[in-house]
Design a protein around this ligand. Structure first.
Ligand code: ATP
Length: 347
């Protein structure tokens, strides 16, 4: 991150309705300059509306929007120092890659030689050197998205908005592009605001994430905060998977009638005979009801007290690894985890 204290974009009590539908309601949050900020949430939760509000394609019904500390709610899109990259690339099919990338320089009447030079620089930046003469139809999906990126970055906007830009790519290419995007953002230091419904994508690239639900933000935090200390059950469930402990079981384990989450990979599965764990650890016994082989991991379903099912994830280590315990279906086991790994959540 370039600078922790300067605010690039600020929402102040912003609402946007479409007739009866509340797309976003009374939203207040800030994105810091140089930050990779992701808006994560299910379909219809209001992410794209926020992006469109920043770009100027939507105007708030109430509230104020600041970009670089200037109120911008009613400023048209072309007067905002932001650019957008869409999932659909939105390249001009009849123009070459170079013409696509330098289109905005042409509109500004920049001389051809300078445009070419700048275009080549941008192609280098997005790792497509020498492809300037091709047409978009002669490129792969990943290459087209790189061209769209180069085009959006050529006039060095203060904020780059990315609306599910990798959504059309297959998994392997998406993962490769995630690494490239993060590297690129580090290199150029521009604020990236990234919309996605893919929690893994948000976790792997972002400095901070805002988790959206039903037009509101459930939680904003660093990737670690969002994953390790989710504030609500929705966040715990949407970002990764969680076991939820409540009711009688919660009273039994935590002496409190509340809801707690625990991640499957933080639970150890041990034979009944093992010695008692420390005070800091929670220990509870149950019976394995199912085992799923997932390649890199095994997933064990363990039934506690005949009604609560807990999921445990264990790495698929070599069978002769020291202290490795791989129970069978029907076997009685003990589940052990550190108290600090249980996290109280709001329902
Ligand atoms: P997705 O991931 O599917 O794009 P999203 O989280 O980006 O979803 P938005 O596109 O912001 O969600 O939509 C929020 C709500 O506002 C939804 O209920 C949507 O149907 C509604 N909405 C968005 N744009 C319009 C519009 N132009 N007219 C009517 N309703 C709209």
């Amino acid at each position: 991150m370039a600078n922790n204290s300067t605010i690039a974009v600020k929402f102040e009590k912003i609402s946007r309705y479409f007739g009866e539908i509340k797309a976003v309601e009374n939203l207040s949050f800030s994105v810091k300059e140089g930050e990779f900020f992701s808006m994560l949430g299910p379909s219809g939760s209001g992410k794209t509306t926020c992006l469109r509000l920043i770009a100027g394609f939507e105007i708030p019904d109430s509230g104020n929007l600041y970009i670089d500390n200037r109120e911008m709610s009613n400023t048209p899109p072309y007067d905002r120092d932001v650019n957008t990259v869409f999932q659909s690339y939105a390249l001009f099919p009849h123009m070459s890659v170079e013409e696509n990338i330098t289109y905005c320089l042409m509109l500004k009447k920049i001389k051809k030689r300078e445009r070419l030079k700048k275009g080549e620089e941008m192609l280098e930046l997005v790792q497509l050197p020498g492809l300037g003469n091709r047409k978009p139809s002669e490129l792969s999906g990943g290459q087209r998205q790189r061209v769209a990126l180069a085009r959006a970055l050529i006039n060095h906007p203060s904020v780059l908005l990315l609306d599910e830009p990798l959504g059309a790519l297959d998994l392997k290419l998406r993962e490769k592009m995630q690494i490239e995007l993060k590297d690129l953002q580090r290199k150029i230091g521009i604020t990236f605001i990234y919309v996605t419904h893919d929690q893994q994508e948000a976790l792997s690239m972002s400095d901070r994430i805002a988790v959206f639900n039903n037009g509101q933000i459930e939680q904003i935090g660093t990737t670690k905060e969002i994953y390790e200390t989710p504030r609500t059950l929705f966040v715990a469930d949407f970002v990764g998977s969680s076991n939820v402990i409540h009711g009688k079981l919660s009273e039994q384990i935590f002496d409190k009638n509340a809801s707690f989450t625990i991640r499957p990979e933080r639970i150890r599965i041990l034979p009944l005979s093992e010695e008692t764990p420390s005070n800091q650890e929670i220990c509870i016994s149950g019976k394995v009801t199912d085992i799923q082989y997932q390649g890199a991991n095994f997933k064990y379903m363990v039934l506690l007290d005949g009604q609560h099912e807990i999921v445990v994830q264990q790495q698929n280590l070599r069978p002769n690894t020291k202290h490795l315990f791989q129970p069978k279906i029907g076997q009685e086991v003990r589940l052990v985890w550190n108290r600090l790994d249980s996290n109280e959540v709001i329902l």
